[in-house]
Design a protein around this ligand. Structure first.
Ligand SMILES: Nc1nc2c(ncn2[C@@H]2O[C@H](COP(=O)(O)OP(=O)(O)OP(=O)(O)O)[C@@H](O)[C@H]2O)c(=O)[nH]1
Length: 850
């Protein structure tokens, strides 16, 4: 073979001259362009080299086509026909970002940690998405593909530059190869997944077989990595704004967007004042933002935690077109509601025993009658034991029980009524036939009438020789108690409690009246009733006799009794026997309360112990507050009343004086006063102004403060006003003693009371001849009036009391100088005013006599 030019060889082997030139140069041949000639051996080498290159390139490019083209193409096409896939394509188109970028973004995290795994992970995650970008990003993908096969494609590119036909072919081939690549990659990803799964499975198996710790750690690391990877992806997506849609985001977008469930608006919004937007949002099942917006539109600017007033809530409800109903707050501490408001279920009503109280004048035989009745039961063999005094007991008259309250006299009855307990159904008015109607008989009649309770008159002691029933009837008719025999409707029964005469008839009459009254109660509901008696037992703790008025009281019931609470622990009846339950009009003694209630207190059984406890504690708290609010301190005005009512055994006094001598003198004189056995007790005597601690002491010890030539400090005066401590200020000892003595005798009738209008402090003094000392003052409290009385106070001690001579602002006379202003003042007949003196203004006010 002879020498050949390069272009000839190119033609021969169907390659571009440029390619041959480059290859020849790379082999070290001395060639410059297509006109350079090659020797035979060079041609040989070139041919071999080029054919080897083309083989390699063909094998690389053909591989996918040969092996997997057919099935992949099918799969791919089937995917393209899938509407879901088309959708995804659309989404991808919108994202408009190269797949490569997305890939990088998505896989950043894992690559940092474990490059190898990250790579496979990236492939596994991203490859299925490749088809999505195909339609629009063909070129890009081509480029990507090309970059993966750079050595071959570089040559191809060079060749294509010289050969347009060639280039077209190659372009098509590349496109095809890119198309094929999608399913191919998908498959690879599947394989990858399988491999991963298999790997995990193998690891799992190994672990199960008792593999080493190291393997376990590896697995853990893998797991952790996967978790982290997920976390990173999620996180990245979270902050991936401005349309930087990563792969993960695309994957997420595949999931259907969870639509917020639409909730119907409720018909009624039950609200409480002070509810906030968040609360309302929950109730009406709307977004707080929506509610805030609505409120904003009507001019109410709130955040979701701000409490809303009634109007705003109603406005909002109207805006939504729903009805707003204010929820009535239930006061758990109010047990009276169980007595008043509870709806009576007519179906459950059953007749109940009458509750009877015995009233009458002293010594007319009430106790004898009660004893007789109780005894009759014991003797009738019903009791079978010792009768217990629990404040009430029940008698059974031929299967019809009667409950007697075991506390004779109307005092107990009245005190019960005062506490709101009206538990009596029938009153037995005991009148001694030999004595007739007496003052307490009349009182008893009035009490029964006030309570609208029917009266049965028991004319007692008819066995006595001087007994005169007719007279009793006559006297009682004056009080509208006219016997049936006389055409009235009052039942009169002549009895002898002592000799057990006509007692049965009395009992029958009680049953008759009870029948007329048609006494009924619902035993099915939670029990309510009243306290008959209560005491503190050494062993049992607080013990209370309760009379059930409605419902059935059971052992274990959570209960609120007056201001106490607890659980019914032990229930004992009037015969001393333990009971499990007590029906209406049954008296029982219970234990289990936290404190001793008072007779006449009401009780109510609660649903649970927690609520009972809350209610009981709240009631106790309120009672204490009420007591504090009403419990006023002793003053000279109420001293006499307090002494009269026997509340005071001694009058507590605190003395504050200008000098020790005055304090001692006043103290000695006051201690000598004694009115009707009540003496003065000096709690505290000291020198100096009346301060806050004096007020606190007076308040605690219920004392009256006497100030002798001293004044209270401003804060002390304010505290005295709030704590209602009586301060009496004097300048003459005998006047102080006199005042206390007259108060104790109930003679104190002050017509005028001193009222301090204000105080000013002396800041400067000017001595002016003919005028005297002018005090430049600053009003530090209240106001100072031109015509008011004044006191000069130096270090809390009154050094002078008199009247103002002048009061000026600048050069003008003024009637009043108010707080915060400066003024000039002179005092009549007093020139010894010093800087820092306090000038107190006061007026005498008439006190209204009640
Ligand atoms: N002869 C006679 N004496 C009676 C009768 N009932 C009561 N007495 C006597 O009258 C006195 C007073 O009786 P009480 O039962 O203590 O009278 P009371 O009303 O309970 O008296 P006070 O508890 O003080 O309010 C006693 O000495 C009784 O024995 C009666 O029916 N006949």
């Amino acid at each position: 073979m002879s020498k050949k030019r390069i272009y000839e060889l190119a033609k021969e082997i169907n390659k571009s001259s440029k390619e041959i030139v480059e290859t020849a140069q790379s082999l070290g041949f001395d060639v410059n362009n297509h006109m350079s000639s090659l020797s035979e051996s060079e041609q040989q080498k070139l041919r071999q080299n080029l054919s080897a290159q083309s083989d390699h390139s063909q094998s690389t490019n053909k591989k996918p086509a040969d092996n997997k083209q057919a099935p992949k193409e099918k799969k791919f096409q089937s995917q393209r026909n899938n509407p879901k896939f088309q959708n995804r394509q659309k989404q991808t188109t919108r994202s408009g970002k190269p797949a490569q970028q997305n890939q990088a973004a998505t896989n950043q995290g894992p690559q940092d940690r474990n490059p190898r795994q990250a790579k496979s992970q990236a492939q596994a995650t991203n490859q299925p998405n490749k088809p999505k970008t195909q339609t629009n990003d063909k070129d890009k993908r081509q480029r990507q593909h090309a970059s993966q096969n750079r050595p071959v494609n570089q040559q191809q590119r060079k060749a294509s530059e010289n050969n347009s036909q060639n280039r077209t072919q190659k372009g098509e081939a590349a496109n095809k190869s890119a198309e094929k690549k999608q399913p191919q990659k998908a498959e690879r990803q599947q394989t990858q997944k399988n491999t991963n799964r298999q790997g995990q499975k193998v690891q799992e198996d190994k672990r199960r077989q008792g593999n080493t710790n190291e393997q376990r750690k590896k697995q853990n690391r893998n797991d952790n990595y996967n978790k982290n990877n997920n976390f990173n992806n999620k996180n990245r997506n979270k902050f991936n704004k401005k349309g930087k849609k990563g792969k993960q985001q695309q994957q997420q977008s595949k999931k259907p967007v969870t639509q917020r469930k639409y909730h119907e608006l409720p018909e009624v919004l039950e609200y409480t004042e002070g509810m906030n937007v968040a609360d309302i949002a929950k109730k009406i099942r709307r977004e707080p933002a929506e509610i805030i917006k609505k409120l904003f539109m009507v001019g109410i600017m709130v955040n979701q935690n701000q409490p809303l007033d009634k109007d705003s809530i109603e406005l909002l409800a109207a805006d939504y077109g729903i009805k707003a109903e204010e929820k009535v707050e239930v006061d758990i501490a109010d047990i009276d509601k169980f007595f008043d408001n509870e709806e009576v279920n007519e179906e459950n009503l059953e007749s109940r025993p009458p509750v009877v109280t015995i009233m009458g004048h002293v010594d007319h035989g009430k106790t004898t009658l009660l004893d007789n009745l109780r005894h009759s039961r014991v003797t009738s063999g019903e009791a079978g034991g010792i009768t217990q005094h629990i404040g009430a007991y029940q008698l059974d008259i031929d299967g019809k029980p009667i409950t007697f309250l075991d506390t004779p006299g109307h005092a107990a009855f009245t005190s019960m009524r005062a506490r709101g307990a009206s538990i009596t159904d029938i009153t037995i008015l005991v009148v001694a036939a030999d004595d007739g109607v007496m003052p307490q008989t009349v009182e008893a009649i009035n009490h029964a009438k006030a309570a609208e309770i029917p009266i049965i008159v028991a004319v007692n002691k008819v066995d006595k020789p001087g007994a005169n029933t007719q007279r009793v009837m006559q006297e009682l008719s004056e009080y509208e108690l006219i016997p049936e025999a006389w055409g009235g409707d009052t039942i009169f029964v002549e009895i002898s409690a002592k000799f057990n005469q006509n007692i049965e008839e009395l009992l029958e009459m009680i049953l008759l009246v009870a029948e007329v009254e048609d006494l009924q109660a619902d035993p099915t509901r939670r029990a309510i009733g009243s306290v008959v008696e209560a005491r503190l037992d050494k062993g049992k703790g607080p013990v209370a006799t309760l009379l059930v008025q409605q419902g059935t009281l059971k052992v274990g019931d959570p209960i609120v009794v007056g201001n106490t609470y607890g659980r019914v622990r032990v229930m004992t009846n009037d015969l001393g026997r333990r009971d499990k339950s007590a029906k209406p009009a049954t008296p029982v003694e219970i234990t289990g309360l936290n404190d001793v209630p008072q007779a006449g207190d009401r009780f109510a059984v609660f649903e649970d112990e927690k609520t009972a406890r809350q209610a009981g504690e709240e009631r106790a708290k309120r009672a204490l507050m009420e007591h504090r609010a009403t419990g006023s301190n002793v003053t000279l005005d109420n001293l006499f009343e307090s002494l009269k009512e026997g509340e005071l055994k001694e009058v507590n006094v605190i003395i504050k004086a200008d000098v020790q001598g005055s304090a001692e003198a006043l103290s000695a004189s006051l201690q000598k006063i004694e009115v009707e056995g009540v003496k003065i007790n000096i709690v505290h005597a000291a020198v100096g102004a009346i301060n806050e601690s004096d007020i606190t002491l007076a308040s605690a010890s219920d004392a009256i403060i006497i100030g002798f030539n001293v004044r209270p400090t401003a804060p002390a005066r304010r505290q005295a006003e709030t704590e209602e401590v009586d301060i009496r200020l004097h300048r003459v000892i005998y006047q102080a003693i006199d005042e206390i003595e007259t108060a104790m005798k109930g003679m104190l009738d002050p017509e005028y009371e001193e009222k301090i209008t204000g105080q000013m402090v002396v800041r400067e003094t000017y001595k002016v001849s003919k005028v005297g000392t002018i005090a430049g003052c600053y009003v530090m409290e209240g106001s100072i009036h031109r015509d008011s009385g004044v006191r000069v106070i130096r270090d809390g001690i009154v050094v002078f009391e008199g009247k103002l001579a002048s009061l000026k602002r600048f050069k003008d006379d003024v009637k009043e100088v108010k707080y915060g202003y400066e003024c000039g003042a002179t005092i009549e007949k007093y020139n010894d005013i010093k800087v820092d003196d306090i000038i107190e203004g006061f007026v005498m006010q008439e006190v209204k006599v009640n």
